[in-house]
Design a protein around this ligand. Structure first.
Ligand code: UGA
Length: 448
């Protein structure tokens, strides 16, 4: 919404939330308090906030005066009830739709921006149509439903929005399609705005994420084979990616994909396939998540094995807690799962991340049923990376923050307990320098 406001000065954009605290942070003069860290976002907020970008909790009036409403609420995996563990929980989508149905006036275009299971628009339409009928006497309330999934990635969100590969809009109402498309055409070439039917648009979003995640699981599975055979995953990925049909993006081996989307969307896809009786298709996609979980477990096992089969009472520096660099988002971060494994094995973790706060980590650890006061291991937070490394037996690089590629290995050797180890799950550190200092090294997919 910030980028729409930036690019379309004649459009008034209001971001609504029921959470007053969040809205007050978005309105705060202290820009360091914005609830989301995203490179370039602060600058846009600075430029357009209170000009044509507003943050508000006045849901009733803002919906009433809007021509277009984007439903952009979260759709987490259900933890209870039918479809638990797989299906997306649509309760926020449903309640937002009911709110729009209640307060909208005249004709309103309702846009699905959240990632949704295919055919959710049916549910949205039904709710809106019912309210339409209920108001038949006194007003001209009517709705058009469009699907407009978002393909931005965290950390590069602003760039992705300014120069997207494509914008996808699904719907049946040509007029509504053209209105939404004309908003994007303020800064995106017309040929990049793809119009499809509703169901193709909804399904394309899940499929795009499934394909991206599948590439990561593919490369991670081969990383294990590289380690066993003397091959090097970076070389293999480069050789494979140079084939134009395959392409070189999303072929970096790592500790397994994290983030709020990939796992959730694949599990949802699996659920949808099963509900249509397509068990083989469901099994195929589910294996992408299985490999991801296996990669995480494989890495924590490598650490334990190399530290003489036990990490009990050993200090281990965890470098990086966000699910990737340039974001403070920790949702489904592989760091969480690997840390949990090591704590269960008795390790004392010293966690560092340039953007993730101690409060965030505390929240995660406290809500993790596998980490209790009875756990053998423990964790602490360090704002200074070298304090985290001091007296440790091992360093595990889990997020590809740039500063981790510039670590002073001579200094590390001095302050670590020997034999010292570095486990690089992102292939970003300087192996030659590490080995030269006398530190042991393990890199994901590095079979040399
Ligand atoms: C992902 C998609 O990339 C976006 O296109 C999509 O819009 C978004 O989900 C969404 O559905 O909202 P995001 O989760 O922000 O974006 O992050 P990615 O850059 O896709 O990274 C996901 C995970 O894969 C990270 O843990 C990252 O470290 C890992 N990854 C990525 C690898 O391990 N190797 C790679 O080569 C690329």
């Amino acid at each position: 919404m910030a980028v729409i406001a930036e690019k379309c000065s004649d459009i008034k954009v209001t971001v609504l939330d029921i959470d007053e605290n969040k809205i007050s942070l978005w309105n705060s003069n202290d820009l360091s308090l914005l609830p989301v860290y995203e490179p370039g976002l602060k600058e846009i907020i600075c430029k357009v906030r209170n000009l044509n970008l507003f943050f508000s909790t006045d849901i009733e009036n803002v919906i009433a005066e809007s021509d277009v409403v984007f439903i952009s609420v979260n759709t987490p995996t259900k933890t209870k009830g039918l479809g638990a563990g797989y299906a997306s929980d649509l309760k926020w989508v449903e309640s937002s739709t009911r709110t729009v149905a209640k307060f909208a006036k005249e004709h309103t275009i309702v846009v699905e921006k959240s990632t949704l299971p295919v055919r959710t628009a049916e549910l949205i339409k039904k709710i809106l149509e019912e309210s339409d009928l209920a108001n038949i006497d006194n007003n001209k309330k009517s709705f058009s439903v469009l699907s407009n999934p978002e393909f931005l990635a965290e950390g590069t969100a602003i760039e992705d929005l300014r120069k997207p590969d494509r914008v996808l809009i699904g719907g049946e109402d040509q007029k509504a399609l053209n209105i939404l498309s004309s908003i994007y055409e303020n800064w995106i070439p017309k040929e990049k705005v793809l119009k499809t039917n509703l169901w193709s648009s909804e399904l394309s979003k899940l499929t795009a994420n499934a394909f991206l995640a599948q590439r990561i699981s593919s490369v991670n599975s081969i990383s294990a084979l590289c380690e066993s055979t003397g091959a090097d995953i970076n070389e293999v990925a480069m050789a494979v990616g140079l084939d134009k049909r395959i392409g070189d993006k999303f072929l970096k081996a790592g500790p397994g994909f994290g983030g709020s989307c990939f796992q959730k969307d694949i599990l949802n896809l699996v659920y949808i396939c099963r509900s249509y009786g397509l068990d083989e298709v469901a099994d195929y996609w589910e294996s992408v998540v299985k490999i991801n979980n296996w990669q995480r477990r494989r890495i924590s096992s490598k650490v334990v094995e190399n530290l003489f089969g036990t990490v009990t009472g050993k200090k281990i520096a965890i470098l990086g807690f966000s699910f990737k660099a340039n974001t403070n988002d920790t949702r489904e971060s592989s760091s969480i799962f690997i840390s949990q494994d090591l704590i269960e094995n008795g390790a004392i973790l010293s966690i560092h991340d340039p953007k993730v706060s101690e409060k965030q980590i505390k929240n995660i650890m406290q809500n993790n049923p596998l980490i209790t006061e009875f756990s053998e291991g423990s964790w602490e937070y360090q704002t200074n990376m070298y304090n985290a490394i001091e007296s440790s037996d091992a360093i595990i690089v889990l997020t590809e923050w740039e500063e981790y590629s510039k670590i002073d290995w001579q200094e590390c050797y001095k302050i670590m307990r020997k034999p010292a180890w570095v486990f690089d799950t992102r292939n970003i550190v300087n192996k030659v320098k590490i080995l030269k200092e006398g530190i042991n090294y393990w890199g994901v997919g590095d079979g040399n």
